[in-house]
Design a binder for this molecule. Structure first.
Ligand SMILES: [Zn+2]
Length: 314
C-alpha cells in the first residue's frame, strides 16, 4: 500500500548524528560503503512509498565526481513529492561521512577552483529543480555562493520566513547590491542568519540591508561584514559581532577605511524603529535619544567605526 503522507521527513544526516558537533567524519572505506548502502536503501524506502515530504535534510558534497551525489539527489527528488516541502537543510559542500582517502593530499589552486565551481554548478542544478517542485519552502539552511544565478533562484521561494545562509568559500565575495536585492525580494522573511566572510580584497566595502518583514537578524558569525544602511522597520533583534581578523594596517589606511563606514548606532537609530535587543542587551526605552554605558559596551564589540574601535588591527 502506498501511503505518501505517512512519510514526511527525509533525514540523510541522522546516521551521522552520533558524531554531533562535528562537521564531517572521516571513516574507513568499509564504513563509508556501509553508510552509502544505508543512504541508498533509505532513499529507496521513501521513493517506493512516493513519500510526500515536509522536511528534507541532507549533507552531500555535490562536487564529488566519484559517488555523484548530485545524480543521486536529482533522482531521489524525482521519486518523491515535494509540493508540500517546507523545510530544507542542505549542506552541498560536505558529505557527512567520508572515506579517509577521499581528499587528494595536495591540489593546485586551479584544481581547487575547478572543484568549487563543480560544487556550485551542481547545487544550482538541484536548486533549480526545487524552485519548480517545492514552491512552499519556508525554512532554508544552506551554504551559499552568492552568485547572481543562485540569488535569483532563492528569490523564487516567496514563502520563505527563515533563511540561514552559510559561508561557502573564502574567495567568493558578496556584492552589496546582491545582498540588498535578496532581502528585498523575500516578502515574508522574518528570520535571517548570515554567515558571510568578506574577502580581504573587499575590505572597505559595506552592505545595505532592506526588508519590510525581517524581525530577527543574526550576522554574528560573519567576518568583515559592515553595514552601510539598514532599512528594517520590523526588526526586533540584532546579533552582530566585530571579529578582528588580524589584518595589520597603518594608521592612515585604517582611518581611510573606517571613515567610509557608518556607525552602527546611527544606522540603528535611523533604520530599526522597533529594535529591542542588540546581542544579549535589552535596549533601554530612551536608547535612540541618548547613548548609555551598557549600550556603548555592546557597540564596542560590534561596530567598526572610529569611535567604537580602538585597535590597529581590523
Ligand atoms: Zn560606531
Amino acid at each position: 500500500m502506498r501511503t505518501p503522507r505517512l512519510w514526511r521527513v527525509a533525514d540523510f544526516m541522522r546516521l551521522g548524528a552520533f558524531q554531533s558537533g562535528m562537521d564531517g567524519v572521516l571513516v574507513s572505506f568499509l564504513e563509508f560503503e556501509r553508510w552509502k548502502e544505508w543512504v541508498y536503501q533509505y532513499a529507496f524506502h521513501l521513493t517506493s512509498r512516493s513519500a510526500s515530504l515536509l522536511v528534507l535534510r541532507a549533507s552531500f558534497d555535490l562536487g564529488d565526481q566519484k559517488t555523484k551525489w548530485t545524480d543521486f539527489l536529482l533522482q531521489f527528488l524525482e521519486g518523491i513529492h515535494c509540493s508540500e516541502l517546507q523545510e530544507l537543510e542542505l549542506n552541498w559542500t560536505l558529505t557527512h561521512l567520508e572515506p579517509v582517502d577521499f581528499y587528494p593530499s595536495s591540489g593546485t589552486v586551479a584544481q581547487i577552483c575547478l572543484a568549487k565551481t563543480d560544487q556550485y554548478n551542481s547545487f544550482q542544478t538541484l536548486f533549480e529543480k526545487l524552485t519548480r517542485s517545492a514552491p512552499k519552502l519556508s525554512k532554508i539552511k544552506l551554504p551559499f555562493d552568492w552568485s547572481e544565478h543562485s540569488v535569483s533562484l532563492l528569490t523564487h521561494f516567496h514563502q520563505v520566513h527563515t533563511l540561514e545562509l552559510n559561508y561557502f568559500w573564502v574567495f567568493k565575495g558578496v556584492r552589496p547590491e546582491t545582498m540588498k536585492g535578496l532581502t528585498k525580494s523575500l516578502p515574508n522573511l522574518k528570520t535571517l542568519i548570515l554567515q558571510v566572510l568578506v574577502p580581504v580584497k573587499d575590505l572597505g566595502v559595506s552592505y545595505p540591508l532592506e526588508s519590510k518583514s525581517l524581525e530577527y537578524l543574526d550576522v554574528s558569525q560573519s567576518r568583515g561584514l559592515v553595514f552601510s544602511c539598514l532599512d528594517l522597520p520590523s526588526l526586533k533583534e540584532l546579533k552582530v559581532k566585530k571579529t578582528i581578523r588580524g589584518i595589520i594596517l597603518n594608521r592612515r589606511t585604517k582611518l581611510a577605511l573606517q571613515s567610509r563606514w557608518c556607525c552602527l548606532y546611527d544606522l540603528m537609530k535611523s533604520g530599526t524603529p522597533n529594535l529591542q535587543m542588540l546581542n544579549a542587551h535589552r535596549l533601554l526605552p530612551h536608547w535612540r535619544e541618548r547613548g548609555y554605558t551598557g549600550l556603548s559596551e555592546v557597540l564596542m564589540q560590534s561596530c567598526f567605526c572610529t569611535q567604537h574601535t580602538d585597535t590597529w588591527l581590523l
